[in-house]
Structure formats: structure tokens, C-alpha cells
Design a binder for this molecule. Sequence first.
Ligand SMILES: NC(=O)c1ccc[n+]([C@@H]2O[C@H](COP(=O)([O-])OP(=O)(O)OC[C@H]3O[C@@H](n4cnc5c(N)ncnc54)[C@H](O)[C@@H]3O)[C@@H](O)[C@H]2O)c1
Length: 359
Amino acid sequence: MGETNKEKLRFGIIGYGFMGHTHGRTLQQLDDAEWTAVCEIDEHQLTGIPENVKIYRDMDQLLADENVDVVIISVPNHIHLETVVKAARAGKDILCEKPAALSVKEFDEMMAVVKECGVKFTVHQQRRWDKDFRKAKAVYDGQSLGDIYTVQSMLYGFNGNMHDWHIYPQYGGGMLYDWGVHLLDQMVWMVGSPVKSVYADVRNVINKDVDDYFKIILRFENGVTGEVELGTYFLCDKENWFERHWFIGGNKGSAYIDGFMPEGKIVRTTRLLTNVPGEITMTAGGPTRSFGPPAEGLIVTEPLPDVKTEQIMYFDNFIKGIRGEEEFVVKPEEVRTILCIMEAVRESSRTCKAVELKP
Ligand SMILES: NC(=O)c1ccc[n+]([C@@H]2O[C@H](COP(=O)([O-])OP(=O)(O)OC[C@H]3O[C@@H](n4cnc5c(N)ncnc54)[C@H](O)[C@@H]3O)[C@@H](O)[C@H]2O)c1
């Protein structure tokens, strides 16, 4: 197991594709980390590796390397289980890419070995440090919107091209495993209350075998309804419409947050809107009392809270977690909860019924 002293932690990366390259670049920026080894089966991927990093073509050999304390597992999803089990048995601490496993059963299997071997384990849910998310979370935590009834998290694109193993179910492809796991993890961590039930619509819009659209409705015990929607083929030419959106609604106000480099506002009322006398206004949709513009002076806006965050901060916590100085922010039991929700999502979509989650 990795030494828990102030020496640099020595990292090995298993799977040096898109995400493996990202991890390699990150490790080179961290003062407390030394990148000592990498394992990749495809020689075409072996680019941009510093000279002092040992290259392996077989993960068993990397796992036998005593100059590796911690492994980052960034192989395709279907071999996470096998790789985590091998790494744990080799006594390495583990950072596994998301989704940690393809099912709750697989996750339980890997965690049993992790526990038996006494190694540390967490999952790369680094989108808990995304700026749009942290702004939404700061609004939620700030309690300025009154009783929150809805939190909506949306990601839309028209060029969400899926590729390589991501288009095959047997490799853990599809958008639910790819992005769904992040969007659900953010939502559940933010709301911080058990999920009572799940209703979902998961579709293969243009992909034959894997999902590329989903809408998920989570009912939380604290009364909040969380809605997560992802569409990879939302064809729309409105400028700045794509990307990321949040909407949070409470009985004293709401907030909208748009974009990964977020813009938005908190919008509140100067008094509660219940029992405001219904004035008839003419709109393009016809005369209305409920959907007209707000009366003058009724709405005040505030800027979104400032947040200091970037994804690399995930690794501050990871390294402190390995050294026993902090708990991992991303805890295995939370990872398991998201996998349970993802199974309920698929069941709900298949049966067209809400699925209750057992406490
Ligand atoms: N956290 C995030 O934001 C994020 C983003 C993208 C991908 N990911 C995750 O990272 C993982 C990898 O995804 P990717 O997009 O980088 O895929 P990728 O196909 O680009 O890279 C995977 C690499 O693993 C290699 N590989 C396969 N079997 C191997 C083995 N037995 N030993 C060594 N190397 C092996 C492949 O040759 C490939 O180069 C997935 O679990 C994915 O979900 C996470």
C-alpha cells in the first residue's frame, strides 16, 4: 500500500487513452505527485510520456512495480472490475475512472476485494469541482430561495458524437454511463437527501445500441425534485443555447446558471407571490393572469455567488485522502448509491413506471 508520509506519491496510469493522457498532464502539475509508470496495450497511444516514466504493455507488470504506490485506472468501463481487483491484490491504492463499475453487483465485488486488501479507493468524479456545479451548489446551500422544490440540470449538444468503445453496450458505452454518472452524482451530492424514487426515459435516438438521450426525475426525501436531462442531438441554432444549464426553483426565488463558464442570476421577489391580485395582461399568447410579466418592483436580481474551484482540486483531496489527512470527498458508498440509481433509471425506462429506492 502507498506510504502515508510526505514523500511524493508515486503514480502509475493503466489505460493511456483520452483520459490517461489527461491524467498524465495533471500528474505533471502536482507538487505532491510523481508519475512513475504507465501501461497501455495500444502502442499508438504512447505519446508525450516523459523519459523517466516506465512504460509497460501488461498491467500485471505495472502492478508488480515497487515504484508505484497508487494506480489511476483509465481503461474502458468493462475492464474496471478486473483492473481494480488486480490492483487491490497488488496492494496499490486506487483511483478508478467513472463509472466505477457497470452494475451494483460488480461494484460490490470490487469493493469486497478492496476491503479485504486494505487499500484505499475512490472514483474520479471530478465534476464535483466544476464551476457551474459549484455555483448551483452555493445557491442551494445558501438557502436564499426559500423552500426549494425543483433542481434541474441539463446538458445539450448537437454534436455529441460517440465513438470507439462508447457505442458498444458490452464495453459500458452510452451516455448514461458516460455523462449520466456525473450529472446524477452532482445532483445527489448537492441535494444531500436520500432518493425516494426514480422515473426515467432513456432513449437511443440515433445510436443503434446505446443510449444518447435521457430524462431522469428523482424525488428526494427532503421534498426536492431533481431533474436531469441530457440530449446529444438537440438540433438548434440559437446562439449560446447549448452546453450546460441549471435551474433552481424555490418558493422565494429562483436561480439560473448557464454554461460551463457560468453566467446567471438569482431572481427573487420583494414579497411572496401568493395571493397577488390577478391582473389581466395581454401577451402574445393572449390575455393572462398567471403568465404575464411581473409587476414593476416585484423582482430583484442578485449575482450568483463567487466560487473558487477547478477540477484539479479533486487531486488535493485525493492525495490528502491517501495520506489519511482528509476523508475522500467521493466516498465509495456514494458511488454505490449512484449505481443503484442508474439501475433504477434503466428499469423505470423499460417499464414506464417510477421505481422506489429502498433506504
Ligand atoms: N472523469 C471524466 O471526466 C472522464 C472523461 C472521459 C473518460 N472517462 C473514463 O475514463 C475511462 C477511459 O475512457 P477514455 O475515453 O480515455 O477511453 P480511451 O479508449 O480513449 O482510452 C482507454 C485506453 O485504455 C487502453 N486499454 C484497454 N485495455 C487495456 C489494458 N488491458 N491494459 C492497458 N490499457 C488498456 C486502450 O488501448 C485505450 O488507449 C473510461 O472509464 C471513461 O468512462 C472519464
